[in-house]
Design a protein around this ligand. Structure first.
Ligand code: C2E
Ligand code: CA
Ligand code: CA
Ligand code: CA
Length: 278
């Protein structure tokens, strides 16, 4: 195991992840990780495009594997889904957030948005509604606005989704379409469902300033989002030029390395935005 760990340190994490699941019992690997507290969370600020002040955070999960080191969430989430462990993993995530909640409450003003990624396997699970209700009830009352981030690819069929989103809204949750622009059926969803936020995928954002034809498409999406009363969030903002373009084009919220990388709670507690736009 030590040798494996050393080898892994030198390899790309994706490859590491592959080695782990092929060599060991993957179910056990995740269940052990939960028990041994190998998962932790980081928070990435989401700021207002105008004053660049923090309006909320997105919660992102991390796995520090004792042998393999950091395993990226893109890898272990799919892995947990495939092993039918996404529900216990998400419940564990809720525990981690609950543990941080008293500090988060000090750091974030009332109404601050707490963005949580929900995997499709959980959305479709029988326990979903109960799980969400219990999680919300376990947080300080009326402090956070919970925003469930669901990728466009994972939307349910129309009737189910309409009912579920209605229920979520009644219970006080908000819903964000994550990774918008990466699915195929894109625009049609916007009209059908009541969703509160549109998170524009960083694939779009990264083309801003480059000589491509993407910006007119992005423009059209933003116009539509406005007409449908959705708040827009740009992901993966890495440069002030991108931030400026997005602000000038009416994007409401910004998130990305230019503002801040995801951070541990201790760092978040002392973080202040130190970027500027003229
Ligand atoms: P996502 O929901 O689209 O999350 C945003 C990802 O973009 C995060 O990667 C974040 O670190 C990264 N990012 C933020 N700003 C920038 C930037 O300026 N430039 C670049 N290049 N990247 C940026 P991360 O944390 O590796 O997460 C990857 C994906 O894994 C997430 O994509 C989400 O789909 C999934 N994920 C993460 N945490 C969880 C979780 O707790 N539950 C579930 N179901 N999925 C999660
Ligand atoms: Ca997300
Ligand atoms: Ca996203
Ligand atoms: Ca993503």
């Amino acid at each position: 195991a030590l040798l494996f760990g050393l080898m892994c340190g030198a390899l790309a994490s994706g490859l590491c992840y592959y080695l782990i699941i092929t060599r060991a019992n993957p179910r056990k690997e995740i269940l052990t990780a939960i028990k041994q507290n190998q998962f932790y969370v980081v928070y990435q600020p989401v700021v207002d495009a105008h004053d660049l002040q923090m309006r909320g955070v997105e919660v992102l999960m991390r796995w520090h594997h004792p042998g393999a080191g950091e395993i990226p969430p893109d890898a272990f989430i799919n892995f947990a889904e495939a092993q039918k462990l996404i529900v216990p993993l998400t419940l564990h995530l809720f525990d981690l957030i609950r543990r941080d909640a008293p500090m988060l409450q000090k750091r974030l003003p009332p109404g601050a948005k707490l963005g949580i990624n929900i995997a499709p396997g959980h959305l479709h699970a029988d326990s979903f509604k109960d799980d969400m209700r219990q999680f919300a009830a376990s947080l300080p009352p009326d402090h956070f606005q919970l925003v469930l981030e669901i990728t466009e690819r994972d939307m349910l069929n129309q009737r189910e989704a309409t009912k579920l989103f209605e229920w979520l809204h009644l219970e006080g949750f908000e819903v964000a379409v994550d990774d918008f622009g990466t699915g195929h059926s894109a625009l049609i969803y916007l009209e059908r469902f009541t969703m509160d936020y549109l998170k524009i995928d960083r694939g779009f954002v990264s083309t801003i300033g480059m000589e491509t034809v993407t910006s007119p498409v992005l423009d059209a999406v933003l116009t539509l989002a406005r007409r449908l009363n959705m708040v827009t969030v740009a992901e993966g903002v890495e440069t002030p030029e991108q931030a400026k373009w997005l602000r000038e084009h009416g994007v409401n919220l910004l998130q990305g390395f230019w503002i801040s990388r995801p951070m541990r709670l201790e760092q978040l507690m002392v973080w202040e935005p130190d970027v500027q736009l003229d």
